[in-house]
Design a protein around this ligand. Structure first.
Ligand code: N0T
Length: 520
């Protein structure tokens, strides 16, 4: 019955998140793991579709696949469960040597209950939708309905119970997303009479503590933010209870993902998904849902300013960065370098399968070999060293950057040394960098030892210099090119002469160097 207690080894080896000095790591089989992910399309969660999923995943060199598990699919009739798809999925994932992240599509899927079974979504009395200010019903379930919570939680507990049974030792599934882009479009909160009553009541103690505010009702305490904070609290509190019940059965890491608001011109709540874990309510979610390990952004704005702002807002001491979804258009590919450099535990483009759908203009116009190639080139070199990168990030010894839109350059401060990146810069470095087509450039630098760095980069000229205030005479003592094979360094050759005299020029496909610097 209680597997966790019966075998202490289970808890020890469970995938889990750890934090130290405000940095984070996802441990899988006891070691730091970097999710180089891919998410399949929404309706690819059927056995017949998997044949059109695996070839894309293989081509990509992804190490983890995110796949929906729909409430309607596992509990088509109330109390009758069917886990046949999950069984097939886990088995095939093992054959293809990838890990899984399951996506629990239930009460919320992009604000609505489309993935809830018919017995839920057609029974509006038992499972009420919420109302906008004018009293009109919207197609988003109320987070205040206890029957909805109870039914969702029951199904989720069954799912986690089954998962523990089939995967409790192998941990093919390493994380679970609870709901999908929860919250509501079209209203700031539930304005039903039932909700109005709760809204007139006092703000919960835990939220007062988290915000340092004196007691009062929602409007008194939060003024203009009251409606949105109220909705965020209740959506998060609902998801907290689902999560906690699932973890009690099988304690995998769990997270919630956000349909983001614009960080610069957000507009009013409801114009974006109100109540979801948007950047302005992360503190509300943290207080309401302590069982969630991560609040994760779904990033569909390809411009550098938006992208880097989202990374900054979600990489916090109290929140590991995990880019749960991002566009699969080529211009997004380079952001793996920025996310991983910012300490992300993972990064995952959306819609990566050959089922014939594309979510353009959020992502690529067509998901074909050409689209995948840009992502694949990065994953191919990063995947065999993913554990090393995750360990370096956790130790505070990893830096990275993606090519900006306009400036074409960046400087990474490595402590004793600085690395200057010129994207699309000619090798001699005499002319300013011009940028690359599709802004493909990116670089990651990990410190391996004093004065020794691992550099993986593409479409960029990298030059080192001693940090300010240090002796200026220095040289590249030794530059090895090679690659990682299952975490083991494989030497190919030394770079010297033209390959090092004018800076380290990474042209096209990513390459991996081990660089030893020295002063004389
Ligand atoms: C995402 C995906 C899928 C710039 C869209 C994004 C996925 C869900 N939603 O293909 O439906 O399941 O999480 C919403 C983006 C809103 C528009 C952003 C404008």
């Amino acid at each position: 019955l209680c597997l966790a207690l019966a075998s202490p080894a289970l808890a020890e080896d469970m995938p889990r998140l750890v934090a130290e000095h405000g940095r984070h790591a996802l441990l899988v089989d006891g070691k730091p793991f970097l999710i180089l992910g891919a998410q399949v399309n929404n309706s690819s969660n059927w056995p017949a579709m998997l044949d059109e999923v695996w070839p894309a995943i293989g081509q990509l060199h992804a190490n983890t696949v995110q796949v929906p598990i729909a409430w309607e699919q596992i509990e088509p009739k109330e109390g009758q469960f069917d886990f046949s798809f999950l069984d097939t999925l886990v088995e095939q994932a093992r054959e293809h040597r990838v890990r899984l992240v399951l996506l629990w599509f239930a009460t919320w899927k992009n604000n609505g209950p489309s993935y809830a079974p018919s017995w839920v979504k057609l029974d509006d009395r038992r499972f009420p939708r919420l109302m906008n200010r004018e009293g009109r019903r919207l197609n988003s379930l109320s987070p205040l309905a206890s029957a909805t919570l109870e039914a969702d939680r029951k199904a989720f507990v069954q799912l986690m119970t089954h998962l523990r049974k089939i995967d409790g030792e192998r941990h093919t599934v390493i994380m679970v997303q609870v709901e999908n882009e929860s919250g509501t479009y079209g209203t700031d909160r539930d304005h039903s009479p039932m909700a109005d009553k709760v809204f007139a009541g006092s703000v919960p103690e835990a939220l007062l503590r988290a915000t340092g505010k004196p007691a009062g009702n929602w409007s008194q305490v939060f003024g203009n933010d009251a409606a949105e904070f109220f909705h965020a609290w209740h959506v998060a509190h609902f998801i907290e209870q689902v999560t906690a019940a699932g973890k009690a059965v099988y304690p995998l890491p769990m997270y919630a993902n956000a349909a983001l608001r614009d960080p610069f011109n957000p507009g009013p709540p409801g114009a974006y998904e109100s109540g979801g874990p948007t950047d302005n309510v992360l503190h509300v979610w943290k207080a309401a849902a302590p069982s969630l390990d991560v609040l994760a952004p779904d990033i569909y704005k390809p411009d550098y300013k938006h992208y880097s702002t989202y990374l900054e807002r979600y990489a916090r001491k109290d929140n590991p960065l995990f880019v749960a979804e991002t566009g699969n258009d080529k211009v997004y590919a380079r952001y793996v370098y920025a996310a991983v450099g910012a300490g992300a535990i993972g990064w995952s483009p959306f819609g990566m399968d050959f089922t014939g759908y594309s979510n353009y203009p959020l992502g690529a116009r067509k998901v074909d070999d050409d689209t995948l190639a840009m992502f694949a080139a990065n994953y191919r070199v990063l995947a065999p060293m993913a554990g090393e990168l995750a360990a370096a990030a956790y130790a505070g010894k990893l830096w990275g950057a993606a090519e900006p839109d306009d400036t074409h350059e960046a400087t990474l401060d490595l402590g004793e040394w600085q690395a200057h990146l010129g994207f699309g810069q000619l090798q001699f470095g005499t002319e300013p960098p011009k940028g690359n087509p599709d802004h493909a450039g990116g670089a990651l630098i990990a410190q391996l030892a004093p004065n020794e760095y691992l550099v993986v980069a593409r479409d960029v000229r990298v030059s080192f210099s001693p940090a300010h205030g240090r002796k200026p005479d220095f040289l590249l003592d030794r530059v090895e090119e090679g690659h990682y094979d299952h975490g083991r360094w494989v030497f190919r050759r030394l770079w010297n002469g033209d390959q090092t005299d004018w800076g380290l020029n990474f042209i096209g496909e990513p390459r991996v160097l081990r660089v030893r610097l020295a002063t004389y």
